[in-house]
Structures are given as C-alpha cells and as structure tokens.
Design a binder for this molecule. Structure first.
Ligand code: ZN
Length: 526
C-alpha cells in the first residue's frame, strides 16, 4: 500500500471520538453456505450458539455477499477485508488460494497461499495499532482459513488428509500443539460411526429421501461413515462432527498460543464447512441440512460457553456470517413453484465456437480461445485472433447472442456496459461490478435466471451456488459483544461492512479504503 492510500484511508476513516471497546479476542465465525432462512425456519429448535448470538446480538436480516460469483474464496475474502472481490483480487475459487510455490507442511495436497489477495485486511489494521496482536485462523478448507487474515503470515491452518496443516507461506514445520492434535487421529477413529437425526423424526418436516440427493446414494438417515479408516477420514470431512473438530482445534490453538491473554487484542477466525458440504449434497430443503444446522447450533453453543469461561463475555467480540447461500436442486424447485428451473450448460456451445475459431485461424492445434467458469467468459489470445482478421468484438457479440438463446440464461453483459448500469435498480449489474477484477481479462458475464443452476456435465449433480441471485447472496450477519446494540436490524448490510464496523468499535484506522460502511445503527454511542 502506498503512503497516499494510507493517508486517504486515515482521513476518510477517522478514529471514533468515543472510547473504543477493548476486547481480548475478536472471534469471527464464517459458516460455509449458511443461508439466513435456516435460522428462521428452525428457530424454535435452536437453543445453542445461534440462540445466544440471536438473543444478545445485532442481527442483520438483510445482509448480502453483494457480489456476483458467490463462491467460497471470494466470499471469505470480503469478510475481514471490507472490500469486494473487484478490489481483493479474489475472483473465483479456481483463481483463489491455489499456489504450487507454497506446498503443504508435513502432508501432501495442493499448495496454497494468499498470493492473489490484494490490499490489507482487519488483522493488518489491528497489528498496525499494536504490534503484539496475533491471529489464529482455522477452517476445513484452505481458502476458508487463509483469506480472512489477508496476506498476514500468522497461525493459519486447514484440514487435509485427516490432519491439520499449513503451507510454507506461513511456516516450514508444524508446531507441537498441531502435531499433538493430529496425533489424536479423530477422523480415522470415526470409521463406522452412524448418524441418526438429533431429534425424533416428528421434529423434521422435510422428507428424508429425494432421488436427486447425494448422487442417488445413501439418501436416508441413519448415515454411516465407512468402516475402513482411510475412507472414513474422507467422508468425515463432509460430516457434522467435522465442524466440532474445527471448533475443538480452534480452542486448542487459542489455549496453546495464549491467544487473548496478553495486553493486545487478538483475532480468532473460524471457518465451518459442513453446512456447505451437506447443502451441496442434499440441498437446502433436505432433512439432512435441517439436522446439520441443529447439530452446528449445539457445537457453537459449546464453543461459545468455552470462550465465555476462558475470557469472560465482556472481553469478547463475536461476528457470525457466511460466505454464500445455496440454490435448491432444480428438480426440487420444479415441484415447488418454479416449473422452469433447470440445469444449464454452455460447455458444448463454447467447444463449438473454439473449434470454429481453430478453423478460421487455421490453428495448428486445438486452442481454448474461449474459457468459461461460473458465469465468467474469458477470451484468450485476442491479439492472435485480430492478426488473422477475426474481430474479437464480433466473436463476443455472436457468442453472447447464442448464450442468451440457451434456456435458463437470463442475460449476458459486457464488463464495459456494466459501468453505466443503475446499481440501485439493477442488483445483478451491481453484483457484477463488485465482482470483476479489472485486469482479470473477463470478456463477458453470464447470469442465469433465479432457481436455475450451472451444470458442468458428466459428474454427480450437486445443489449449487455462485450466482448473483439472492438465493446465493443472502447471508446471516450477527455482531455480538460490548459496544454492540442488540436488536433486529432490517437496514441493508453487506459482508464488506464487517471490517469497517470492527475497526470503528476498536478505534482502528483501516489501511485500505473499505467498500463497506460502518454499521453504526448497531453500535451503542457511536
Ligand atoms: Zn463456501
């Protein structure tokens, strides 16, 4: 960051006049794929962590990951940076944290780092104010652990092959407390474990068995982990107790690192991924997701009680949010008021155009001129096309016309045309504007009609997310702790508001200019 940006940020974001709250620990919980309507649908059955946060927290009912590619990596990057994907540089999962130059430590798996993350995040602001501040960030997923702390080289761990690991971006060996936790081999020892529903059958209104669930296999309760320990570990990662393992690991780390026990404010970021796994496999209307939310409520209740006992309620600030929602299976939607819901693919169309361009340009070998992922169409090698007399603009205009004719597609937009859109009246245009990293080379964006989902052919169908629809963008946002005014807030909020709001509470100056606003309606005396 340049000095000029730092000065601009300090001027735009002056320290509050009132006394900042002084928590020992800021705890940010991001539940992967948690739709806010889950917490309303099953409210009467929620008595654990969700109930605690709802009762004494500021609950924003109209909060959004207000960008277009509602995937895990871009979503996690907004939460503590206060900035949209357009400014964090985290465009998609594929262009997220993968980094072959940062291999995993003491295990095998894909390397990862925040190399693509741009600018600063909340922890950098905390550290700038007090060099003694520390952060621990944990998640089942690399992107869920890495992106909440931005580029900071802190204690960042995720799950791979039955163990917690990190990458060489952060350290070269695992510390003793992580090795000791891994040595418990909890995921392997769960082999053969059976899961019934938490509550009696009568507590669940959802049908247990729908043919589209889970690739057509293992549709009904009780579900079982494989008896073979290696296979059990893999299945464990998508099962409810994976979330409790993450929370136990986070507590073990907080204790071992003496987080929140010094004079500085520390950060604990936790990413919980099973709600996403079950949402994908069984859908947001399944008995399985209902049961998962009840179980997670219990785990979070236990986690919060442990934190309250260790730090005292008044020394904690807690945030709960999600990285995205999820769209129901089109098969389900067709039976519930959305007869046109379908799986949509433009893969064949893209392949056909690539072959046409090979012929027109007399390419020696097949080329991927067009590349499509999650609504983003890239046109590669413009210069080569132009050199052979093909106008990239007319190729794109023709492709856009053909894509718009595909059933389920709502619209296509050229990035340049979005700049003049009415972002208040047109949320889709706004979400794409918030999304597009200017130098990413996106040539065209494609938006599906709501209730439709991208199909990438061949594999098992999973309930999807990644669209600029409210189904995928609406998320919970709860602030809890000293300085927060409890209540239900219907004012519009976004996940980019979290970091500037925490900064205001703690009296910090953001070091990158946030895209979000301070949620001052929920701050007492501010
Ligand atoms: Zn996710």
């Amino acid at each position: 960051m340049t000095l000029a940006i730092a000065l601009a940020a300090a001027l735009l974001w002056p320290s509050p006049a009132s006394t900042p709250v002084n928590p020992r620990l800021v705890v940010v919980i991001t539940v992967d794929g948690l739709r806010p309507d889950y917490l309303l649908r099953w409210k009467a059955q929620l008595t654990g962590g969700f109930a605690v946060l709802h009762a004494d927290g500021a609950v924003f009912t109209s909060a959004f990951q207000d960008h277009a590619v509602t995937e895990t990596a871009p979503g996690h990057a907004t939460v503590l940076s206060g900035r949209w994907p357009a400014h964090t540089g985290i465009l998609t999962n594929v262009l997220g944290v993968g980094d072959s130059t940062a291999p995993l430590v003491e295990t095998r798996g894909p390397g990862a780092s925040p190399r693509r993350f741009r600018g600063t995040a909340f922890f950098d602001w905390l550290l700038a104010a007090d060099g003694a501040s520390r952060a621990l960030s944990v998640s089942r997923k690399d992107r869920g652990a890495i992106l909440p702390v931005g580029s900071a080289r802190q204690e960042v761990y995720w799950y791979q092959g039955g163990k917690f690991t990190t990458s060489t971006y952060y350290r070269d060996s695992l510390p003793p407390w992580v090795r000791a936790f891994n040595a418990l081999r909890i995921p392997f020892k769960a082999a053969g474990r059976e899961f019934g529903t938490l509550l009696p059958d009568s507590a669940y209104a959802e049908v247990d068995s729908a043919t589209w669930e889970n690739g057509g296999h293992d549709l009904t309760f009780p579900h079982r982990l494989p008896t073979d320990s290696a296979r059990a570990e893999i299945a464990f990662a998508g099962s409810p107790p994976m979330d409790s393992l993450i929370l136990a690991f986070a507590l073990a780390g907080a204790e071992s690192l003496k987080l929140g026990k010094g004079n500085a404010t520390d950060l604990l970021a936790v990413g919980l991924s099973t709600t996403d796994a079950i949402g994908h496999a069984f859908g947001p209307d399944s008995r399985e997701i209902h049961d998962q939310v009840l179980r997670l409520d219990g785990y979070l209740g236990w986690f919060l009680e442990r934190l309250f006992a260790r730090y005292g309620r008044h020394r904690l600030l807690v945030v709960l949010t999600a990285d995205h929602g999820v769209t129901p299976f089109p098969e389900f939607s067709r039976m519930h008021g959305h007869p046109d819901a379908r799986w949509v693919s433009i893969d064949t169309l893209v392949t056909t155009v690539n072959q046409q361009l090979d012929r027109v340009t007399a390419a020696a070998a097949p080329r991927q001129w067009l590349d499509f992922d999650t609504g983003l169409l890239f046109l590669r090698d413009n210069g080569r096309l132009a050199a052979t007399g093909v106008r990239p603009d007319s190729v794109l205009a023709d492709v856009a016309r053909r894509i718009r004719a595909v059933p389920g597609v709502a619209r296509t937009d050229r990035p340049a045309d979005l700049a003049t859109a009415d972002t208040a009246a047109d949320p889709v245009a706004r979400r794409w504007l918030h999304q597009l990293v200017p130098d990413a080379g996106v040539a065209l964006v494609v938006t599906l009609a709501e209730w439709n989902a991208w199909s990438y052919g061949g594999g098992i169908a999973y309930a999807a997310h990644g669209q600029p629809s409210d189904l995928d963008a609406h998320v919970p946002l709860i602030l809890w702790g000293k300085g927060v005014r409890a209540g239900i807030y219907g004012t519009r909020a976004a996940t980019v508001d979290i970091a500037p709001t925490l900064a205001r509470l703690l009296g910090l100056a953001p070091l990158s200019i946030p895209d979000g606003r301070i949620l001052s309606e929920a701050l007492s005396g501010r």
